[in-house]
Design a protein around this ligand. Structure first.
Ligand code: HEM
Ligand code: HEM
Length: 186
């Protein structure tokens, strides 16, 4: 059975915790940055976060997408999954980068900080949307029993394909969407 490497799984799950922590500890407003130890901590955290995202990206970039699927997946399906993964990486790079931009502008007392904050908030919003899509799609795939869940998730293991009537109908709709995506983008 195809599976992601142990290191890939380790990175995926420790990074999930790091992301959750980053979102949880978020700065509430600009005035908090007047506290130098908080500002330094934010800068350190954002730097480590950014380095880890880049290391992860280069480690994972050649790993096959939707590895572990029992059946061949259509090109449209893979294209959508890859696009969502790329958007996850994009938002995870933008979050610390725009955070560091805020810190730089704040330290220098320069203008443009409102724009940096708007970009930072947009990055946070984008990360919520694409990660929710990612988790939703993973759960849907788990219910279908396609095999990819087992390749990354160590709990609630799949035992095989679920051939219920409803899922077969949904799969027929999915195939139509993938065909459209293939015609338009690939
Ligand atoms: C907590 C619920 C989550 C579940 C059930 C889940 C599930 C999965 C699964 C099954 C895969 C393998 C897909 C494949 O083989 O192509 C995967 C990959 C991936 N996941 Fe998640 N995931 C979760 C959370 C997250 C979070 C919070 C992030 C981002 C911070 C994330 C980012 C990624 C990325 C970028 C990949 C592509 C492989 C890689 O580059 O590491 N996931 N996830
Ligand atoms: C990986 C690192 C970081 C993460 C994950 C993160 C995450 C967040 C999130 C989720 C928000 C709330 C956005 C919203 O309202 O939707 C936020 C707000 C904010 N962050 Fe960050 N942040 C990071 C780094 C930084 C850094 C380095 C700074 C500057 C030193 C910074 C300064 C701010 C400020 C000033 C706000 C408040 C914006 C406002 O006034 O509404 N962040 N951050």
């Amino acid at each position: 059975m195809n599976s992601h490497t142990t290191l890939a799984k380790f990175i995926h799950w420790t990074f999930t915790l790091l992301y959750a922590y980053g979102i949880f500890k978020q700065v509430d407003d600009l005035t908090e940055l007047q506290n130098p130890s908080l500002l330094n901590f934010e800068i350190l955290f954002a730097t480590i976060f950014l380095i880890l995202v880049l290391v992860r990206y280069f480690y994972m970039k050649d790993a096959p997408t939707l590895l572990g699927a029992h059946e061949d997946l259509s090109r449209g399906h893979l294209f959508i999954a890859k696009t969502v993964h790329r958007l996850v990486y994009f938002s995870l790079i933008m979050l610390p980068t725009t955070g560091l931009l805020i810190a730089g502008l704040f330290n220098l007392g320069m203008g443009g900080i409102e724009l940096a904050i708007a970009l930072h908030e947009f990055s946070a919003f984008l990360s919520y949307v694409v990660i929710a899509l990612h988790v939703g799609a993973s759960l849907y795939s788990r219910i279908k029993g396609e095999g990819l869940w087992n390749a990354m998730v160590p709990v609630w293991k799949e035992s095989g394909k679920n051939n219920s009537n409803l899922l077969s109908k949904l799969e027929a709709i999915e195939e139509k969407i993938y065909k459209k995506v293939e015609d338009k983008f690939i």
